[in-house]
Design a protein around this ligand. Structure first.
Ligand SMILES: Nc1nc2c(ncn2[C@@H]2O[C@H](COP(=O)(O)OP(=O)(O)OP(=O)(O)O)[C@@H](O)[C@H]2O)c(=O)[nH]1
Ligand SMILES: [Mg+2]
Length: 396
């Protein structure tokens, strides 16, 4: 699972990245602080299902905190995107190629409205965040369009001459963007795009680019900087004006402060929670910062929102599910680790998909599977649910 961060300069992408991964990255209040991409590991949060069996899991990857299990996902932070990036403004849109393999994008928006479209500081609330949502979507679509148009005429002639199947050939061409044959067939149905490929016009390519971008790079809006007063009104407005997107308020800066305080053992904090507790006496300055976060962020929004942004992107927008391999007789592996693995799978994944995910041999030699909770036998085609614990029985 790969999650990409996008947004205009200074919206807080690198701050969000650092809060989620605790990697050392550059953060500053001038545009284009980030030039080279940052890659790191962030986590989505699920209940620790081992607790149902009065145990605590021992993840091979990720970690357990309290009654939660944090499951790794890859996070990528890139340079800021500005209007007309596809025409070369700002740092252009070439760097978006770093996000080709992303499954979902989080658009970090400055909800406080204190940056212009180029990411330069202006007065609080002077900019309408809705404008960012619109321009950013256009830039992503243009990115797809440019990739699609590159060598199009030659491609179209080849399809025609060699009588190739369009969906198959195009999917091969766009597989770097995670476009599949099924996506293209669906797009053709939705756009009624079945005419001879040599007669496709610009508008057909535009429609196809937009359609495929939406399918393969869905966007979640992270309305960042909720610690600033002007954000509240803007977020209400955003939600009213925009029914198409899921919008999750957050404060990357508050989350970063809490994570760092927890790392220094000043506080005890479980990401995504409404509260933290003091472990050792903070300095006056730390105390002030913590109180500010408590009052202005946690009390108002019930969390800093960063964890919720990640969880919403993976579990609500993409509708992925977390599935645990486990035995009917015991949850431990041969080394005694409780539920060491957890896999994130696309929605509608079946028991057979899961078997293949574990090992090709399990898939090939699949006999049946068991739902470890209910102790029931399940078949190949059985669709798995979020948090299922499954044992696969396969021929040796
Ligand atoms: N108040 C507030 N400030 C924030 C928040 N998140 C980021 N900032 C500030 O916004 C400024 C820009 O943050 P960055 O994380 O560097 O922004 P970016 O989107 O990575 O910017 P570029 O790399 O230039 O594209 C810094 O001064 C951050 O401290 C937040 O949640 N609240
Ligand atoms: Mg940055």
């Amino acid at each position: 699972m790969i999650v990409g961060l996008v947004g205009k300069p200074s919206a807080g992408k690198s701050t969000f990245f650092k809060a989620a991964t605790l990697a050392e990255v550059e953060i500053a209040n001038y545009p284009f602080t980030t030039i080279e991409k940052n890659e790191g590991v962030a986590y989505v949060k699920v209940e620790d299902v081992a607790r149902e069996f009065s145990k605590t899991s021992n993840p091979k990857e990720g970690y357990v905190l309290g009654s939660y299990r944090f499951v790794p996902v890859k996070l990528i932070d890139v340079a800021g995107l500005v209007p007309d990036a596809h025409k070369g403004k700002g740092r252009g849109n070439q760097f978006l190629d770093d996000l080709r393999q992303a499954d979902v994008l989080i658009h970090i928006v400055d909800a406080s409205g204190s940056l212009n479209a180029q990411g330069e500081p202006i007065g609080d609330g002077e900019y309408e965040p809705i404008k960012d949502i619109l321009f950013l979507e256009t830039e992503l679509d243009m990115w797809y369009l440019e990739i699609l148009k590159k060598g199009w005429e030659r491609f179209a002639r080849k399809i025609q001459q060699e009588q190739l199947e369009l969906a198959e050939a195009l999917a091969k061409q766009l597989s770097g963007l995670k476009v599949t044959e099924e996506h293209i067939k669906e797009a053709q149905r939705e756009l009624n795009l079945y005419k001879n490929i040599l007669s496709w016009e610009e508008k057909d390519l535009v429609a196809l680019a937009i359609n495929l971008r939406k399918k393969t790079k869905p966007i979640l809006i992270a309305a960042n900087k909720i610690d600033r007063k002007s954000s509240e009104k803007n977020i209400q407005k955003l939600k009213q004006e925009n029914k198409e997107y899921k919008i999750v308020p957050c404060s990357a800066e508050a989350e970063l402060a809490l994570k760092e305080a927890a790392k220094k053992e000043i506080i005890e904090y479980i990401p995504g929670e409404e509260e933290f507790s003091i472990r050792k006496e903070p300095t006056e300055k730390q105390k002030e910062a913590l109180e500010f976060i408590k009052k202005e962020v946690l009390a108002r929004y019930k969390s800093t929102g960063v964890q919720e942004v990640l969880n919403t992107a993976v579990f609500n927008l993409l509708e992925y599910i977390a599935v645990f391999p486990g035995g009917m007789n015991k949850l431990e592996d041969s080394k005694g680790n409780v539920l060491p693995d957890c896999f994130l799978l696309p929605k509608e994944s079946t028991a057979l998909d899961f078997a293949y995910h574990l090992h090709t041999d399990f898939g090939k030699n699949f006999i049946k599977a068991f739902d470890v909770r209910t102790k029931r036998v399940i078949g190949k085609e059985h669709k798995l649910k979020h948090k299922d614990i499954i044992e696969i029985a396969a021929r040796k």
